[in-house]
Design a protein around this ligand. Structure first.
Ligand code: NAD
Length: 366
């Protein structure tokens, strides 16, 4: 059975980075003898321009009929004057809601060759390998009521969580921690917010199902500070929608660039994979975007949807090897270093992938 992937390149650098992710997926499919089919659809600003709405019916239908969705990014400054519900970003929120994935996995790894690139002293960040699990369907981003009062000078949003929303995402966090270093830090603001008090209570209850996993509760402000001073002290960070959004961008500092971070959204009808970064209008169309976040998202697609763990791990090794060999897009380059275009970085990773496979075969041969 072919694996059907709905491809939503979106706005800005989205099409550039997803093209490189598709390059790698096609390469993997060819080598593994696996059939992957791609169908491309509009979302975000390009869809507002072409179809008059950010999430056209045809796009949604294609996504619901696929095994996985691979998305680039949405957002275009020309829509900045619109109210949130009319902007391209609303299409992504609507898509996430329709697909129903509630657990957003955002790994942030400090690749050894980039440790000096980060804002940290290399010895403080080397070995940092954290997984932020962000609750994606609840909390402040979806709570009702929301809006402006008639005067336009007062606005309000609602922070709301129910037990089942916390339970299901907490289970994902504990299950992933079991596969990793066995530690969950649950992030909240339980000293101020009732929602966080519920969050803390429910997470503590779920923790009893996973006695082999260590749980700590960390206030979000302390977590932000710890991420900035001791990122290696974290393994899995379990966050609500808002805190996870903010802390996962902060975790980019551990990696060295926002362009490196992938994500997977699981638990719904169809899994959604997308780099963490946005449409980066400042660099769009210039071949300057780092495609690694998108390529690593494709690796997560192979791991979680296609159950191709070996191939997923090979892509991740290929990324690390390409970086170790000095492949740098502009966001990663030090002054004087050769800068690769988006496409050249995709090619460099594709070449590393061939080497990773060769090495694997020769290990097996001896
Ligand atoms: P952004 O992530 O687009 O860019 C932030 C900074 O990081 C910019 O300087 C950009 O050049 C750089 N950057 C981002 N991705 C990069 C990559 N792959 N390679 C190299 N550099 C990269 O965030 P922003 O500027 O706050 O937002 C721009 C637009 O994207 C807005 O419309 C915003 O709403 C939207 N957005 C969309 C998503 C999404 O689609 N998931 C996420 C965040 C922001």
């Amino acid at each position: 059975m072919p694996l059907k992937i709905a491809l939503l390149p979106g706005d800005g650098i989205g099409p550039e980075v997803t093209a490189e992710a598709v390059r790698i997926l096609k390469n993997v499919a060819e080598h593994a003898g696996k059939s992957l089919t791609f169908s491309t659809h509009n979302i975000g600003g390009v869809a507002i321009d072409s179809d008059g709405q950010g999430l056209p019916e045809s796009t949604l239908e294609a996504c619901l009929g696929a095994n996985a969705v691979l998305l680039g990014a949405v957002g275009n400054p020309k829509f900045d004057g619109r109210v949130p519900s009319q902007r391209p970003e609303a299409a992504l929120l609507a898509l996430r809601q329709a697909l129903g994935g509630y657990a957003n996995l955002r790994p942030a790894i400090c690749y050894a060759p980039l440790a000096k690139r980060t804002a940290f002293q290399p010895d403080k960040v080397k070995g940092a390998d954290l997984l932020i699990i962000r609750e994606l369907l609840g909390g402040l981003y979806f709570g009702e009521p929301r809006g402006f009062e008639a005067s336009g000078d007062t606005a309000f949003n609602t922070l709301i969580y129910s037990r089942h929303e916390v339970e299901r995402v907490a289970r994902v966090a504990f299950a992933r921690a079991r596969e990793r270093k066995g530690r969950v830090a649950s992030i909240d603001k339980a000293n101020v917010l009732e929602c966080s008090q519920l969050w803390r209570r429910v997470v503590s209850e779920v923790a009893k199902e996973y006695p082999d996993v260590a749980l700590e509760h960390v206030f979000v402000d302390t977590a932000a500070m710890r991420l900035a001073t001791a990122p290696t002290s974290f393994d899995v960070m379990l966050c609500d929608n808002l805190f996870g959004d903010i802390l996962s961008d902060q975790a980019a500092s551990v990696a060295g660039s926002l362009g490196l971070l992938p994500s997977a959204t699981l638990g719904g009808k169809v899994d959604l994979y997308e780099p963490v970064h946005g449409s980066a209008p400042d660099i769009a169309g210039q071949g300057l975007a780092n495609p690694i976040g998108a390529i690593a998202s494709a690796a997560m697609l192979l791991r979680f949807t296609a159950k191709m763990e070996k191939e997923a791990a090979e892509i991740e090794h290929a990324i690390e090897d390409a970086l170790a060999a000095g492949a740098r897009t502009r966001d990663l380059a030090n002054p004087g270093e050769r800068v690769l275009s988006t496409q050249e970085m995709g090619q460099a990773i594709e070449e590393s992938l061939a080497d990773v496979r060769d090495r694997r075969h020769s290990y097996h041969g001896v």
